[in-house]
Design a protein around this ligand. Structure first.
Ligand SMILES: [Zn+2]
Length: 300
């Protein structure tokens, strides 16, 4: 579909510069991060603190996945599937890289036991595997006066591996997830959060009809002040170059007073980003120009 046709907005799936930029960038970032991760493991006491260790185990693949997604955004890649695939491969590479760097750092810390470079270790997967098995037999750290080894350590390592590869894969598309791309100008659109605040209808089941290909329902609503509850908040995207590509997503927002008199804010993002035609965008701009009305349900 073209970017300006009404309907659910989906990325075109085009790779942009992503086919070259994302894999090369991911190779560098995942190896770089895996070396940092391995050195933190070996040279700080973090591994003996379960909580701190798991924080690092989560932060590391998040950084790998996030770097892939940022590379995708910068390279104007509009394929989430491609980014998730690269995220998966980057996760595997990060896992292997962290093992190679971990063994290198661990053996180097025992002076005189290693006279090869990190690159040599990285390029020797067979040796990395043999050393991993040897480390597993003896264990390498103690926690609460116990030294995990054998089957227990394999399980810990397996969980760590699933977290690393899983999170890298999962997060690899995050930077383009809630984005809209103008295919005409080959650039990302600018998002305006809470561009319009509209009074929500009494019957919220009507919200199913509030979609831009049925704009009349949206345009029949009044703009309201920020304190009005309940309301529909619109996030809008627009290409600032051609002004032809635009999209909108609605959030249902409400504030209630609980039993203890405290304000409770509820925000629910409705599914789908909807493409807007230039005419529909002009209608929304006109609506935004209207001054808001007060509402009887306004919360003081
Ligand atoms: Zn444009």
């Amino acid at each position: 579909m073209t970017a300006s046709a009404p309907g659910v907005y989906t990325h075109s799936g085009k790779l942009g510069f992503g086919l070259v930029v994302v894999p090369i960038g991911a190779l560098v970032s995942s190896l770089g991060l895996s070396i940092v991760y391995a050195y933190i493991d070996v040279y700080t006491p973090i591994v003996a603190h379960v909580t701190l260790f798991f924080i690092v185990v989560f932060v590391f693949p998040c950084a790998v996945g996030w770097s892939v997604s940022i590379l995708g955004y910068v390279a104007r890649c509009r394929s989430s599937g491609f980014l998730h695939l690269v995220g998966f491969l980057a996760g595997l590479l990060a896992l292997y890289g962290s093992w190679a760097a971990f063994e290198y750092a661990l053996l180097s810390s025992d002076s005189g036991r290693l006279d090869v470079s990190l690159l040599t270790v990285l390029l020797s997967p067979g040796a990395v595997w043999e050393v991993a098995k040897a480390i597993n037999q003896e264990g390498w750290y103690s926690i609460a006066e116990m030294t995990p080894k054998g089957a227990v350590l394999w399980v810990v390592w397996a969980i760590e591996a699933v977290i690393i590869v899983g999170l890298s894969t999962l997060l690899a598309g995050i930077a383009i997830d809630r984005k809209v791309f103008c295919e005409e100008c080959t650039r990302w659109c600018t998002i305006t959060t809470d561009a319009l605040l509209l009074g929500a209808p009494e019957d919220t089941s009507q919200l199913a009809d509030l979609r831009p290909d049925n704009l009349d329902a949206l345009l029949s609503l009044d703009t309201v002040p920020e304190s009005h509850s309940p309301q529909i908040r619109l996030d809008t995207w627009q290409c600032t170059k051609c002004n032809n590509t635009g999209a909108v997503q609605a959030k249902l927002w409400a504030v209630t007073i609980d039993g203890e008199g405290e304000r409770q804010y509820q925000s629910e993002t409705l599914p789908n980003i909807w493409s807007l035609t230039p005419a529909a965008m002009a209608q929304l701009h006109a609506l935004a120009a209207r001054s808001p009305i007060g509402g009887s349900e306004e919360v003081p």
